[in-house]
Write a protein that binds this ligand. Structure first.
Ligand SMILES: Nc1ncnc2c1ncn2[C@@H]1O[C@H](COP(=O)(O)OP(=O)(O)OP(=O)(O)O)[C@@H](O)[C@H]1O
Ligand SMILES: [Zn+2]
Length: 726
């Protein structure tokens, strides 16, 4: 039956760049869909797509509306506050509302097929073993499954498949006999959560008090705690506190690799339900976490960047660990910052947002200094150990072979002999980053990108790290025919190789994108380290942060000198963060830590500013420079990025934009400039850098540019608050 105030027109957000929403007609045979729910509609000639209902109207300025094809959700998947977040975010990042929403939706919910979210049943036993044994005398397979569940449950039927291929059927039979039951989530019955019985340090105590005081209103708090100062303990006790009020908590970490650790640390301390959310999960599993967070079944979600969009029933706070990390900025598609959106979300929903780091971003630090964020400092390590000692080793006097000098190798040896572990940090994977000819100086470059090729020894080929194209190793120099072609420089593969030769009885554990391809690899490697035996870990930035390896006493840093030649005004900020973080891995338990930095510039002013004064003073003096030079965080940046096969066409196009901007006195435009990677997969890449004293002026100009230059032949997009120029 038709309701009296039934709307005729439904406004639907779609993944389209040209309109905020499209109007559709609501056909007689469909009921009114919920706002924030999904519908199926036709787009263009014959495409069927998923859209999100935004609002209703009695009329449309368009005639001949297409009808809604189907309603996919009976209940909204996004509530009003979620939609407000998307609306404000889409304005900020200058994309349409639909583009913003579809950046956020898990793939499962974007499918037109609308299959129900695959729920996952976890089985556990009921009744006693005696009762079960008696009743299952004639059913040995059922008894076997019962016994296995009793020992190892709760488990999914998939994880019982090694016992029987019809495990799922058998579980149902057990349930019929009232000997087992299924739950939708693995409810970890943490009736009595573990309590480590820590006496909080004075700093931890003070920080926690401030958090508790501000627990029910919007506030941004910068938990600025040196490495090993026990930030996690503060997070955990704050989460426990919020859970007492039945609130949910979202915890963001910068990398998948950090999710298991934090998940475990929190889960053993709370009486509640937790989930992880990251790109390593299946589509179905990700949609499931959305669903359970929204219904309120999950109390705490530990997620990577895109988790910021998870809808919750009663979200009480967002915690962002390692808030300075660049991984919080999405680097393709809609380039949002999960950290900045967290602050926006806290404001919309009126809850606190906690940004934690040992090396806060200069943006956040600036807000803390100015009083916009509450500044909670933890300045002592929980074990009262001093910070590790730093040695700057002159790489010109101590020539490294396979990346490490003899002096360094001796140091490593003595730390291993004391039963400790060592981390060698190098931000470059592969065997060596260049292949050169000693006679004509030819260097191996990618045909499709403006990049050198990296040699990978175990594959015995050259790889482009920008497009992943592979090349066979030339026998002769393609430039002059000489046989004197050699690899130059070191990567993690070569360092690990040198170490295995030198320390043949010690495990060398490599963490980089080639050696660690799945979360399982991660876990295996981490377990090898956690086993506590002396070992040398070789790792890229994957490993520079967050990890707590109690037995690590020496950190060796190789090859960070490139940062001194970078054209990025943030290069020193990033280097300071990296060195502080990676040094902070050393000496976390009982041993005093030691750090060796192999550098060709041991006298560089940078090192002295950072290590003599510490991160905070270093940051403050750099902020003063930024202010003088009129750079962020005192001004606002956006980059217009464009790419095309034809470099001169690209140049023309961007020059036209520059001319268009010429009369704008509030925004300065730099460019066109080639991107740091000037060519990628055959496309030339150029950019304009827009810098303004006011965000409003910058956004207005971009809005005008978008209108004026909607020429489809050149692909271009805007990056608001860029974090890199590549
Ligand atoms: N009050 C306390 N007393 C004793 N030990 C503590 C206390 N609080 C935390 N710890 C322990 O101290 C260690 C370091 O803490 P944690 O890993 O939280 O440091 P962090 O501040 O997160 O450092 P990072 O920034 O390097 O990750 C952990 O093993 C933790 O269990
Ligand atoms: Zn390439």
């Amino acid at each position: 039956m038709q309701k009296p105030n039934r709307p005729d027109v439904v406004q639907v957000a779609l993944k389209i760049p040209f309109a905020q929403h499209l109007d559709y007609q609501l056909p007689e045979h469909l009921s009114t869909p919920p706002v924030g729910g999904r519908v199926l509609v036709n787009l263009g000639k014959n495409k069927t797509v998923v859209g999100i209902v935004l609002s209703f109207s009695d009329h449309s300025s368009f005639s001949k509306l297409k009808p809604i094809q189907a309603i996919l959700d009976e209940q909204a998947i996004l509530n009003e506050a979620d939609l407000t977040l998307f609306k404000q975010a889409s304005k900020y990042y200058q994309v349409t509302l639909g583009e913003m929403i579809f950046t956020a939706l898990p793939a499962w919910l974007k499918k037109t097929a609308n299959k129900p979210i695959p729920l996952q049943k976890w089985w556990r036993t009921k009744s006693t073993l005696e009762q079960a044994t008696e009743r299952l005398q004639a059913a040995p397979k059922q008894l076997e499954i019962y016994q296995y569940l009793l020992l190892h449950g709760p488990l999914t039927s998939q994880s019982l498949s090694h016992i029987s291929s019809s495990a799922s059927q058998i579980c149902k039979q057990l349930a019929e006999k009232n000997l087992a039951q299924a739950e939708e989530l693995c409810l970890l019955a943490n009736e009595a959560p573990y309590d480590p019985g820590f006496q909080l340090t004075a700093d931890q105590d003070a920080a926690l008090k401030q958090l508790k005081q501000a627990h029910d209103k919007f506030n941004v708090m910068l938990l600025d705690g040196i490495t090993g100062s026990g930030k996690t303990e503060v997070y955990i006790q704050f989460i426990q506190n919020l859970m007492l009020e039945n609130k949910q908590v979202l915890v963001l970490v910068p990398e998948i690799g950090l999710t298991p650790q934090l998940f475990q640390e929190i889960s053993q301390r709370i009486k509640g339900q937790m989930a992880v959310l990251h790109s390593g999960l299946s589509d179905g599993a990700r949609a499931r976490v959305w669903h359970h967070a929204k219904t309120g079944l999950i109390d705490v979600v530990v997620a990577t960047r895109s988790g910021i969009f998870t809808p919750f029933k009663n979200l009480g706070a967002i915690l962002i660990d390692e808030e300075h990390d660049l991984s919080y900025k999405q680097q393709d598609g809609t380039r949002y910052s999960a950290r900045d959106l967290a602050v926006l979300r806290g404001k919309i929903n009126d809850f606190p947002v906690i940004l934690g780091s040992a090396t806060p971003s200069f943006e956040s630090l600036n807000h803390a200094i100015g009083g916009k964020y509450k500044w909670l400092k933890l300045r002592s390590r929980t074990n009262n150990n001093p910070m590790p000692s730093i040695t700057l080793q002159n790489a010109l006097n101590n020539k490294p072979s396979k990346g490490l000098s003899l002096k360094t190798l001796h140091k490593i040896e003595s730390h291993l002999a004391n039963g400790n572990q060592v981390l060698v940090f190098l931000n470059r994977r592969g065997w060596s980053p260049k292949l050169i000819c000693n006679e004509c100086s030819w260097i191996g470059t990618c045909d499709d990108c403006d990049a050198y090729l990296t040699y990978h020894k175990h594959l015995n080929l050259l790889k482009c790290h920008h497009c992943d194209r592979r090349y066979t190793l030339p026998e002769f120099c393609p430039g002059c025919g000489s046989q004197h072609v050699e690899t130059l420089g070191v990567g993690t593969e070569k360092i690990a190789d040198g170490l295995s030769q030198h320390f043949s009885d010690t495990p060398i554990i490599r963490f980089d994108r080639d050696a660690v391809k799945t979360p399982k690899h991660w876990q295996n490697n981490l377990e090898a380290v956690r086993s506590g035996n002396p070992c040398v870990i070789v790792g890229t930035q994957m490993l520079s942060k967050g990890h707590d390896f109690p037995l690590l006493s020496l950190v060796v840093v190789v090859n960070v000198d490139n940062s001194f030649f970078s054209s990025d005004f943030r290069a020193t900020e990033y280097l300071a963060q990296l060195l502080t973080q990676v040094s902070g891995r050393a000496g976390r338990a009982d041993t005093k830590g030691e750090v060796i930095i192999q550098t060709q510039f041991p006298d560089h002013a940078f090192f002295h500013a950072l290590f003599d004064q510490g991160y905070e003073s270093f940051a403050k003096s750099q902020l003063t420079e930024r202010q003088e030079m009129q750079f962020p965080p005192y001004t606002y940046l956006a980059i217009i990025r464009a790419q095309h096969r034809d470099a001169s066409l690209l140049d023309h196009f961007l020059n036209d934009m520059v001319v268009f901007c010429e009369n704008n006195e509030q925004v300065s435009v730099l460019g066109p400039l080639p991107a740091l990677v000037a060519k990628k997969q055959k496309l030339h890449r150029m950019q304009l850098i827009l810098n303004a004293n006011q965000r409003k002026a910058l956004h207005l100009l971009i809005y005008q540019l978008k209108k004026q230059f909607n020429d489809k032949s050149i692909q271009w997009f805007v990056d608001i608050d860029p974090v890199s120029f590549d």
